[in-house]
Design a protein around this ligand. Structure first.
Ligand SMILES: Nc1ncnc2c1ncn2[C@@H]1O[C@H](COP(=O)(O)OP(=O)(O)OP(=O)(O)O)[C@@H](O)[C@H]1O
Ligand SMILES: [Mg+2]
Length: 305
């Protein structure tokens, strides 16, 4: 199923229910344990929860934002622009954006999506099949990623864990980080993300994000990122097939050794970011006595830090 009908009551979640979820998320944050939530994934920025817990049919994605409602609305606008920009290149999961007000009056942005069956997630499809450079889902991922790069205005985060493969159609669902570009460069400012880090380090982190952004904006870098995503989901056995598939359309060829090296660099970079977030959390909560409402996780292992 690639379409969702939001007027279908089995797909809807009302504001009270969403606020209740946010309450559980806040409690999980304070306990640093998510045992009573069905967490599907921690990204670098957000949290994806399957809902309702007993028989999930939706995915609720808590987005990163400050508690400034205007900022969340701006993020929603960018997400909508991003959806329209990538749609010519790949089917996008139907997505509803929702701004809720929690018990303390804070605004929290969420995205709501249909929950794709586990068997339809690309990472599980790959796990269930023998590596093959001509595997249709892999070819579709490569072609969508390259097509999106065509005019330099948007890129896909091409990690396999961001896609479903439904009735032989590739579906992209990770639209919460809108990688849009205009004449001045990246449109998204990552302001909320930077605020989770110490002020002194923000220029450095901004530079690092800039480097990652430009790398992802090239065919080589974007498909290297897709291949790296295979390592991240424990599908190294697909690397040779993916490299062969991707190289059919790359002028500068990828090789497995370079991907492994880049993987180490990327992981080190992420560890550094998470370390700086822990410093900021200690400062915000112990010195300024304010709350720090973001999970800090090792997004490779899922460990809560
Ligand atoms: N609509 C969906 N149906 C089923 N599973 C989903 C859906 N959306 C996300 N997931 C699962 O949750 C994980 C995390 O979601 P997603 O990729 O959208 O965000 P993220 O990677 O956590 O965020 P970010 O890229 O902003 O850091 C996915 O890798 C996938 O396993
Ligand atoms: Mg993702």
């Amino acid at each position: 199923m690639t379409q969702a009908d939001w007027s279908d009551p089995t797909l809807a979640i009302d504001d009270d229910e969403l606020v209740a979820v946010e309450r559980s998320v806040l409690s999980a944050l304070h306990r640093r344990s998510v045992d009573d939530l069905r967490v599907l994934g921690f990204g670098e920025a957000g949290l994806a929860v399957a809902w309702p817990a007993d028989e999930p049919r939706l995915v609720l994605k808590r987005l990163m934002s400050t508690d400034e409602p205007g900022e969340s609305r701006h993020l929603f606008e960018l997400i909508e622009r991003y959806r329209a920009a990538v749609e010519p290149h790949v089917v996008v999961a139907p997505t509803e954006t929702r701004l809720i007000t929690d018990d303390e009056g804070r605004s929290v942005p969420y995205m709501v999506q249909w929950l794709y069956a586990a068997d339809d997630l690309l990472e599980n499809v790959l796990a269930a099949h023998t590596p093959d450079p001509g595997f249709a889902a892999l070819v579709a991922l490569r072609d969508a990623a390259l097509s999106a790069l065509g005019d330099g205005r948007q890129i896909l985060d091409s990690q396999p864990s961001n896609f479903a493969w439904v009735d032989d159609t590739l579906v992209f669902f990770d639209i919460g980080t809108p990688f849009l570009y205009d004449d001045d460069g990246p449109v998204l400012e990552f302001g909320a993300m930077l605020e989770t880090m110490p002020a002194a380090l923000r220029p450095l982190v901004r530079r690092e994000i800039g480097k990652v952004n430009s790398h992802l904006g090239t065919p080589f870098g974007n498909l290297e990122h897709a291949a790296l995503g295979l390592v991240r989901i424990g599908q190294e056995r697909w690397l040779d097939a993916a490299v062969a598939c991707f190289n059919e359309r790359l002028r500068e060829p990828l090789d497995v050794a370079t991907i492994a090296k880049r993987g180490e660099t990327f992981r080190r970079q992420l560890r550094f970011f998470k370390q700086t977030m822990r410093v900021q959390r200690a400062w915000v909560t112990r010195v300024r006595r304010r709350s720090y409402d973001f999970f800090i996780t090792d997004s490779w292992t899922g460990e809560i830090l």
